[in-house]
Write a protein that binds this ligand. Sequence first.
Ligand code: UD2
Ligand code: MN
Length: 565
Amino acid sequence: MRRIRANAIAILTVAWILGTFYYLWQDNKPQSSPSSSASQTRGRGHGQKVIPGRLEIHRDDRTIPLIVTFKTRINILLGSFDEKAYLAAKQLKPGDDPYKDHAFNLQESDRLGSERAIRDTRHYRCAALTYDTDLPSTSIVITFHNEARSTLLRTIKSVLMRSPPSLIQEIILIDDFSSDPEDCQLLTQIPKVRCLRNGRREGLIRSRVRGANTASASILTFLDSHCEVNTDWLQPMIQRVKEDHTRVVSPIIDVISLDNFAYLAASADLRGGFDWSLHFKWEQIPIEQKMARSDPTQAIRTPVIAGGIFVMDRSWFNHLGQYDTHMDIWGGENFELSFRVWLCGGSLEILPCSRVGHVFRKRHPYDFPEGNALTYIKNTRRAAEVWMDEYKQYYYSARPSAQGKAFGSITDRLALRRKLNCKPFRWYMENVYPELRVPEQEAVSSVLKQGGLCLETRGTDGLGLAECRGLGANRPQSQRWELIEPLIRQQDLCLAISAFTAGSKVKMEPCNTKEPRQKWKPKGTALQHMVSGLCLDSQTPMGPPVILQCRPQMASQSWEPQVIT
Ligand code: UD2
Ligand code: MN
């Protein structure tokens, strides 16, 4: 009896052990396709969904079966690729400067390994958004020159793990003549990854065009080679482009520290801007737009994009003339693309529900065959000459060294601009980037003469005519005027009307270019107030000036500016 019971216990124990092994083996078994392993719910009381692209979920869950599933998923995504061997072949030697080759801390990057969980940095309302189930797929284009293996692999793996597999048609790597062809070649063992190697150094602009030309998906996604994409980064961008193919969209670009590789959330209130030297900068969204934003998930219009990370319809990219392939190595192409998109019928936006981390560096880790400064000048000069019309003068004033530097022929790009019937740069200034101030023309001091008398200020805000005093540098400050359309100014104060009706007094008040009461323009020898259409009139020589109906022949309305020399 006792023996029978002992046998029964032994059989049950063996059955239990075998059952457990079978159960784990089932979970570890390769599955027919990544998507079939992905979206189904696995039983055994967890009720957990294995969601594609959500590294964090698997990481946070500590039960064995799910970790096995996670590993399985990576194995499927990586195919025959031997990740350990790939990374181990390029190790920092003891004593080497970890910043030397890449301008970031290579030791930290290598230590991190090829994947990690990162914080979902989006606004919490983003997680509730839904996207079309039939979004088109995209070709990811990544160009690189001597990128570190660990950062390049993390970029690729983050894309494979945090994107719905059906949206990734392929990942096209363009090896821009890196020293070791294997950096790129070995990665083609990963399913979906393709590698094109340039036979000579081309720079990122021509490399991206080469990538785009071989892409097979209808949507292009450009990434730098040292990124980590975040949760649901891709769907919001593809959705916006699907709805309107003329939109060119970027994510918010989070910061990966170049020292310790911490993943840091960037502000959601920024857009791309620049100064007249065509230096890119992040700037606050204008206050009126900020106030009008009731929904933090809404797209942000941006005058320019940073350049490295964006999604664009492939036919639209081709229709608009891809890139200016006479630009070399790095820089300026983001302005050229941004001006072109806005002026030729498209728009640029930043989508707050899409986040991608990027290692921002303080210097270029690679050489520029023609020198860094000359290359940047050549590229930005091409952008200015083709797109900025009369506004290019401000670029040249801000960057005097650009004058006379070679920039090649722009005939083809000008022909493209004509063919696409693009708007003048003035339209961009007025409608897209009115916050970019045109530099003030050099102020010239003059006297405003009427007969033998001069217009002068009196007390805090009073005005009147008085005998002209002093010559040249001896002219008193009260009789010196600067006529900078539309303002008539004396230091920080400007000539302003007190009301818009005839007979209203004219006084001095702090200058404000947006104040309609301060706007004047010359009309013959008269000075006409732009809004009321009335003219500056001294009435009687001693009385305070007023505005009256313009009568050009009247001596009381004749003001002759005489430059003080
Ligand atoms: C920013 C953009 C970058 C580009 C640049 C202006 C982001 C995140 N980055 O500079 O994409 O628009 O502004 O031109 O917006 N590369 C080559 N060949 C070269 C030089 C560079 O393939 O000759 C690669 C490089 O490995 C990298 C990418 O081009 O993957 C961008 O270069 P970067 O990272 O040095 O530029 P970045 O981020 O300072
Ligand atoms: Mn970069």
